[in-house]
Design a protein around this ligand. Structure first.
Ligand SMILES: O=P([O-])([O-])O[C@@H]1[C@H](O)[C@H](O)[C@@H](O)[C@H](O)[C@H]1O
Ligand SMILES: [Mg+2]
Ligand SMILES: [Mg+2]
Length: 309
């Protein structure tokens, strides 16, 4: 018998609604901003406050459940996904937007059992759009069913990506050349909303045709990856291979054809996996001429091998 996690999903929705009121109250206020992994990787007291609120509410209701939370990991918790029921939480996705009052911020909550995502919730707070999906049961925005655009022709695609928080040469040169190569296909356009979770929900709701990113974390996209696939989209690794939640690489698209078109031109730069395991697609140092111990210091034309279908 397949367990139905519907009750758990309803609980997740109710705490996401509570968390949104905290985000809205703090949005206009002055913020205390700290840095994490780079000068562009920001965190505020509200990120930590919202994560604590969510985790303590879940712990009270489901004492045996486990957590991977962005700010708990930043504080030293280990982000390893086991078979146990696990909540994967990004309390504010789009902290840079939040700090600047650029009005797109989301709360992202995913729930996985046996390493499989059972449901995902993305609450785009300022727009008051609550996206959710349960495995096998479709995706919705404010209770309206979602469907991706189904677009097949990449030359007509509107593609979303993120600039991310890396500021080293290798990451930036890869990032900008990926955008350059996509625009040269040509495609209709590139957008970046500033929250990976909302970017992916835009693919699910057909506002965009694809999203790709290297360098985000599992909590940014765990919920929205299910929302995209339940809306009829495809979710892949940037290599064109199987999506791996912990790999920090993703392509989400309206169709296999569009995903493949993106996989053919975009390249990944090396990122340490969220779970600390060795990368399944190691960069070949001979191919790219890169010394991985001093990574990210030089401008290198490098690529991961492509595993196109
Ligand atoms: O830190 P955060 O605001 O939760 O999440 C960030 C956002 O999703 C942003 O769009 C993406 O470009 C970054 O890579 C993420 O880290
Ligand atoms: Mg995030
Ligand atoms: Mg966050």
């Amino acid at each position: 018998v397949m367990a139905d996690w519907g009750k758990c999903l309803d609980f997740g929705v109710s705490i996401a609604r509570q968390a949104r009121t905290v985000v809205l109250d703090a949005f206009e206020a002055q913020k205390v901003v700290s840095l994490k992994t780079s000068p562009a990787d920001l965190v505020t007291e509200t990120d930590q406050g919202v994560e604590n609120l969510l985790i303590s509410a879940i712990k009270e209701k489901y004492p045996t459940h486990k957590f991977i939370g962005e700010e708990s990991v930043a504080a030293g918790a280990s982000p390893v996904l086991t078979d146990s029921p696990t909540w994967i939480i990004d309390p504010i996705d789009g902290t840079t937007n939040f700090v600047h009052r650029f009005p797109f911020v989301a709360i992202s909550i995913a729930f996985a059992v046996n390493k499989q995502t059972e449901f995902g919730i993305v609450y785009s707070c300022m727009e008051d759009k609550l996206y959710r999906a349960q495995r096998g049961k479709g995706a919705f925005c404010n209770d309206i069913p979602l469907r991706t655009s189904g677009l097949e022709d990449i030359t007509k695609a509107l593609v979303v990506t993120e600039i991310g928080t890396e500021r080293d040469d290798l990451s930036l040169s890869t990032l900008t050349s990926n955008i350059y190569r996509l625009l040269k296909i040509p495609i209709h356009g590139i957008r970046a909303v500033g929250t990976a979770a909302v970017d992916m929900c835009l693919v699910a709701s057909a506002g965009a045709d694809a999203y790709y990113h290297v360098g985000m974390h599992c909590w940014d996209i765990a919920a929205s990856a299910l929302i995209v696939s339940e809306a009829g989209g495809v979710v892949h690794d940037i290599s064109g291979g199987k999506f791996d939640l912990m790999s920090r690489r993703v392509i989400a698209a309206s169709s296999r054809t569009v995903a493949r078109g993106i996989a053919q031109v975009v390249e990944a730069f090396p990122c340490e996996r969220d779970d600390g395991l060795p990368d399944l697609l190691p960069l070949d140092p001979k191919v790219i001429g890169l010394n991985l111990t001093s990574r990210c210091s030089t401008l290198v034309q490098g690529t991961y091998p492509k595993l196109l279908w």
